[in-house]
Design a protein around this ligand. Sequence first.
Ligand SMILES: [Zn+2]
Length: 256
Amino acid sequence: MSCQRLQDQHEELQSAAVDPGSCLFYSRSGRRYGITLLGSRSAAASFLGAAAPEFTRSRSNAYRIDYCPWSGRLLPAHLEDERETVCEQELGIVRENYYDDWPRELTNKEMWWIERGIDRPAQPEEAPNSWVPGEYRVRFFDLFGFYPRGGLWRSKEAPPHLCDTMESAFADCRVMITYIPWTREYGIRQVDPYRTIDLQSVRMRRIAYCPWCETELPKSLKAEWLGRTAGDGFDRSDRHLPPKYLSDTWWKELGL
Ligand SMILES: [Zn+2]
């Protein structure tokens, strides 16, 4: 069980997992990794009206990942079924009372499975097979009633690497993964958990590997983008940047 704890993972994964602003999710007791799924009060209000809940950042509401986004290594299998077995058979907690009787040793701690020597071979979950290769679309646009803004923003250009499960993640703009077409960068979002997500600009930790199929993602073009926009006399925050520098057009034209 040498590489199964959080402390055995890539340092960037460890850092993101303990960073309250990071949308990288790790449940220590269930050993599950994911990307946080966020809602937005203002977006929810458009169809729920006054009944819309306050914006919350639910740590348990995450889109699972199979590979470390920084090392490409297969992550350990989750132990949620094993945890249920321990609860019911060893600790005698019946399912209906999980939330009332949940023992402290199982609350966001890894030790319960280490001490018992519980493990399961790492294996990616079976991906649904409904995707048409090359298809890129973002669902939930209609649900929100507007093109996602701010924190719900999605690239209109298809990311160069797109597999079945990544397509599903991008299709749902609540999943806090992002792709920036002009710098060709993928990332897991950094957010202020106390502000409504669609009022926030996109900040992220850049990732190097697809979290669902371990493919190494294409190299970032940020340095080239900064160089070329500066060379053309623009500042990076210039409002009048030519449209080609706000899409993937410039690097595709150059064959990068
Ligand atoms: Zn992939």
